[in-house]
Design a protein around this ligand. Structure first.
Ligand SMILES: Nc1ncnc2c1ncn2[C@@H]1O[C@H](COP(=O)(O)OP(=O)(O)O)[C@@H](O)[C@H]1O
Ligand SMILES: [Mg+2]
Length: 311
């Protein structure tokens, strides 16, 4: 549904995009994950026809975003980090106005606004001025506004940045509901947890290009699990580290009474860890295997980006 091939975009000396490729199948949620300045907004603006690439191509449902921009605009919705709603209107009036801007009849705009306010939990606040809304409510209203014309593809550019956890959860629920309807969603985020929770596939973006793609679990698997051990006696740290390093085939890191080592693909069993530590005379207060967090995945991936690519 969304295809980007070799997108380049330069602003003066800044190379915002340096060959960005992306493919998002219909009906899936793609999480574009990257730090500030990675090029996420630049990519979304190009895909949403708000800006042209210097080179490369992008298509939405097979339509070129430059040559068939009008056609593409009829298929997409866009909601962003900076809510575009009018403070001096009520939530309901904002939505009716968006509907009218999208050429719905007065009655249709009214119906659609009511339906969406109900569906996304803003009905009770619908007749209050937006100036009195919380940040989360504004962002939700902005998201609803982008749904007025039932887009097949929805772009959400950092929809939860700066929101408190509760508001973030509300946006997550809304995104899940949309995905459940079959809307294709491209969501940018700096939050690893957010991509992990919402996305079918994640594209990790750094310095204007995609450095890794995959389902959240697959990305996590690329760096393996971690084995964490807490010792009863921190003085035995060196001895324990030697045992763990031998088992995992990688150097164990020690910090006070805690040791941690990366383990690849099911190579270590907890029972063996406990037995080998015991044999070495080391008592463990806790032994656990855990999947890496996406933060760790991201650090690992950006670490491995060749210097050449990081310029
Ligand atoms: N209109 C612009 N003029 C100049 N530089 C820009 C402009 N838009 C983006 N940039 C630069 O391009 C890079 C990528 O920005 P952006 O796409 O906004 O990243 P992200 O959304 O991932 O934070 C940054 O270095 C940013 O400063
Ligand atoms: Mg941005």
């Amino acid at each position: 549904m969304i295809v980007a091939e070799g997108l380049h975009k330069r602003f003066g000396d800044t190379r915002a995009l340096r060959g960005l490729d992306l493919r998002v199948p219909a009906g899936t949620v793609c999480g574009v994950l990257g730090p500030n300045g990675a090029g996420k907004t630049t990519a979304v603006r190009i895909l949403a026809t708000l800006s042209d690439p210097d080179s490369g191509h992008a298509r939405i449902a097979g339509h070129d975003v430059v040559r068939e921009a009008d056609r593409v605009r009829g298929l997409i919705g866009l909601a962003g980090q900076y809510a575009a709603v009018d403070e001096k209107l009520t939530g309901r009036d904002n939505l009716r106005m968006f509907g009218r801007l999208h050429h719905l009849s007065r009655a249709a705009a009214r119906r659609r606004a009511d339906e969406l306010l109900e569906r996304f939990g803003l009905a009770a606040a619908a007749d209050r001025l937006v100036s009195g809304y919380s940040g989360g409510m504004r962002r939700r209203l902005d998201l609803i506004a982008s749904l007025i014309v039932r887009p097949r593809v929805l772009f959400l550019d950092e929809p939860t940045t700066g929101l408190d956890p509760r508001s973030r959860g509300e946006i997550w629920d809304a995104v899940r509901a949309l995905a459940g309807d079959g809307t294709t969603v491209l969501l940018t985020t700096q939050y690893l947890e957010e991509a992990d929770r919402l996305a079918d596939d994640i594209a990790v973006v750094d310095h204007g290009r995609v450095i890794a793609t995959g389902a959240p679990d697959a990305l996590k698997a690329t760096i393996g699990d971690r084995l964490d051990v807490v010792l009863e006696d921190p003085a035995l740290g060196d001895r324990a580290a030697a045992v763990l390093s031998a088992l995992a085939g990688a150097a164990a890191e020690a910090e006070e009474d805690r040791l941690s080592v990366a383990v690849r693909g099911g190579r270590v069993r907890l029972a063996d860890v406990v037995r080998e530590l015991d044999r070495a005379g080391v008592a463990a207060a806790d032994v656990a295997l855990r999947r890496p967090t996406l933060d760790e995945v991201f650090l690992r991936l950006t670490d491995e980006t060749p210097k050449e690519a990081a310029r």
